[in-house]
Design a protein around this ligand. Structure first.
Ligand code: TYD
Length: 338
């Protein structure tokens, strides 16, 4: 199988590529990735020289490069996206270009090329905040952040290509991922790497926001299953099955890393911050998916991974763009600690 993966230098995409190349000797991967701030060739450094893997640097919103990459592809797994909610609050432009326009360019090229499967990797944030119960795939979409709105637009565009053109599209909606190679702007890697350096972690608002946590190695197994056994036209929720409030998460990690309480710094809340996400993923369970990693063990492995990979994350945090973002996002909130 020839697989076109987009955004394969990112966190989930790189874990997915490593997974499929390890598990399926018959798979060849072309990775179309622009190498934005969050895309990092170091995430797949171990694949250098692998004849079944090729990275092509390019923008999914560029029809010429997409046409080139799509040629000969049997299936597409589309990860490429701007993903950080806080950045979308500062400026949503790149989110619209990549998550909406880029998705449309890919869908059009996939249709022309007659691909057998197009998996659009999405997020539970499209459902908006769920005060109680669990979101099922047929629930209405009520995205609240510019990020979530752009992902909902891509998700609905993908659906429209199935309904209108018969493109065999499958949409996934996953909960909060964590694990190795996650860019240190997201909650868990920011917390862990700040604490390795005894710097404070900014906890937004009252910390009672609830998230479901999905270990990235479970997520990529689920995506592999969906690619092979999912039904075109369907949507699949993907969750880890462990949920907690942010303040509980912080306490867990703090105890695990043996850090003092004063490294948790309450800061003003994120505007429009969703209080709770929760997914019903029984449809995916019927396909045969079960999370293989318990949350506690996966969290401990993740902390160990960041402790053991300082050469991976330190250059990212030293980068001028990261520092400018961090200052803009946190300086007023954290004071001198930024
Ligand atoms: P994040 O990793 O940004 O994922 P998302 O917003 O997509 O769920 O954040 C996870 C949760 O942690 C979310 O409720 C926001 C919160 N959070 C903080 O409290 N402080 C932070 O510095 C960050 C980045 C997130």
């Amino acid at each position: 199988m020839r697989l076109l993966v987009t955004g394969g230098l990112g966190f989930i995409g790189s874990n997915f590529i490593r997974h499929v190349l390890t598990e399926h000797p018959g798979v060849r991967v072309v990775n179309l990735d622009l190498r934005t701030y969050a895309g990092n060739p170091a995430n797949l450094a171990d694949l250098r020289g692998n004849p079944r893997y090729r990275w092509i640097k390019g923008d999914i919103a560029d029809p010429f490069i997409v046409k080139r990459c799509m040629a000969g592809a049997d299936a597409v797994v589309h990860f490429a996206a701007e993903t950080h909610v806080d950045r979308s609050i500062l400026d949503a432009g790149a989110f619209l270009r990549t998550n909406v326009v880029g998705t449309d360019v890919l869908l059009r090229a996939a249709l022309k090329n007659g691909v057998e499967r197009f998996v659009h990797v999405g997020t539970d944030e499209v459902y908006g905040s769920v005060p109680r119960g669990f979101s099922t795939e047929s629930d209405r979409l009520l995205p609240n952040s510019p990020y979530a709105a752009s992902k909902a637009a891509g998700d609905l565009l993908a659906r429209s290509y199935f309904v209108t053109h018969g493109l065999p599209v499958i949409v996934t909606r996953a909960s909060n991922n964590f694990g190795p190679y996650q860019f240190p702007e997201k909650a868990l890697p920011l917390m862990i790497t700040n604490w390795i350096d005894d710097k404070p972690y900014p906890l937004y608002g009252d910390g009672r926001q609830v998230r479901d946590w999905l270990y990235v190695l479970d997520h990529v197994r689920a995506l592999d299953l969906i690619l092979r056994r999912g039904r075109p036209g369907e949507v699949y929720n993907v969750a880890g099955g462990y949920s907690c409030a942010n303040r509980e998460l912080v306490e867990r990690v703090r105890r695990l890393m043996e850090k003092p309480r004063d490294l948790v710094k309450r800061v003003p809340d994120r505007p429009g911050h969703d209080r709770r996400y929760a997914l019903n993923f029984s449809k995916l369970k019927k396909l045969g998916y079960r999370p293989a990693h318990g949350f506690g063990a996966a969290l401990a492995r993740t902390v160990d991974w960041y402790r053991g990979h300082e050469t991976w994350w330190r250059p990212l945090k030293k980068d001028g763009g990261y520092r400018a973002y961090y200052r803009r996002q946190y300086a007023a909130r954290l004071g001198a600690a930024s």
